[in-house]
Design a protein around this ligand. Structure first.
Ligand SMILES: [Zn+2]
Ligand SMILES: [Zn+2]
Length: 140
């Protein structure tokens, strides 16, 4: 809350954020030192036009997954695509059509409806082998 009152000398409006009753404020208009009067009224800190308008943020549009099988565990079609995983980065999940069921949390291959655990392990092993081959070639 800020206090607002009128300058004794020139009548200009003074708004103070920090001063209390009886303390002196400097009038911006004439420079006079004016005591905050008891009749000073509390006011909002910022006028309406300064306050940021609350713009409701639009929720991100859910990606509609077409051509995906329903969840093999609970049958839900409320799925979302996994875009990044620790094991495959961005590439891995897109290769396996890796999706997650929003209802039960099951992760599976969205086109076959099978678990991706096997392929993921294979993918990781191949990844490691390739990494070792690359490292071996570099160290020659
Ligand atoms: Zn004044
Ligand atoms: Zn499910």
């Amino acid at each position: 809350m800020a206090l607002t009152f009128k300058c004794d000398k020139c009548g200009a409006e003074i708004i103070t954020k920090f001063l209390k009753l009886g303390e002196e404020a400097k009038c911006r208009s004439c420079g006079a030192m004016v005591k905050v009067p008891a009749k000073a009224t509390g006011t909002e800190e910022a006028p309406d036009w300064i306050r940021r308008r609350d713009v409701p943020t639009q929720p991100e549009k859910e990606e509609v997954l077409v051509g995906y099988v329903p969840c093999p565990k609970c049958g839900s079609t409320n799925l979302h695509k996994i875009k990044w995983t620790f094991w495959g980065g961005v590439l891995g999940p897109s290769i396996f059509n890796h999706v997650k069921c929003n209802d039960c949390g099951m992760k599976f291959n969205g086109t076959t409806g099978k678990s991706n655990t096997g392929p993921i392990i294979l993918y990781m092993i191949i990844g490691f082998i390739l990494l070792f081959i690359i490292l071996a070639l570099c160290n020659r």
